[in-house]
Design a protein. Structure first.
Length: 133
């Protein structure tokens, strides 16, 4: 019984932590430009912005998957970059700072709600053990 109650809370904690980590990576690497058309992961590639997708699990909780944003990069004008093409364009991560702020705020709220559920289950378990003792 307790496992069925804790499963959604624990998966919620994990999902919130994943969302914050991905958002932090996106923000930290927002200025990491690269050559347009470079293969992802190559030395001259731009950071590929990522996004988190959450799906409900049938028995309770959420599953998170991390994948590239769509599009992961956008072309920006930076003719001084050694990675710029003949038009002065480089690939830059497609990071929206406003959206990242919203993601972090929502993750904080979701984490707090899941943590509150874990605390409530812990308190009720203690009460039940006191009654049974």
């Amino acid at each position: 019984m307790v496992d069925a109650i804790l499963r959604p809370a624990l998966s919620g904690l994990s999902a919130a932590a994943t969302r914050v980590a991905v958002s932090a990576d996106n923000i930290a690497n927002a200025q990491t430009t690269g050559r347009i058309g470079a293969a992802p992961g190559s030395e001259d590639a731009a950071y590929q912005a990522r996004q988190v997708t959450q799906t409900a699990i049938q028995r309770g909780g959420v599953r998170t998957t991390v994948g590239p944003a769509d599009p992961a990069t956008v072309a920006v004008f930076d003719p001084r970059s050694p990675l710029a093409n003949s038009d002065g364009l480089v690939a830059a991560p497609n990071v929206d700072f406003g959206q990242e702020l919203v993601n972090q705020s929502a993750s904080r709220t979701a984490f707090a709600a899941s943590a509150a559920l874990v605390r409530a289950v812990d308190e009720q378990s203690d009460t039940l053990l006191d009654i049974l003792s």
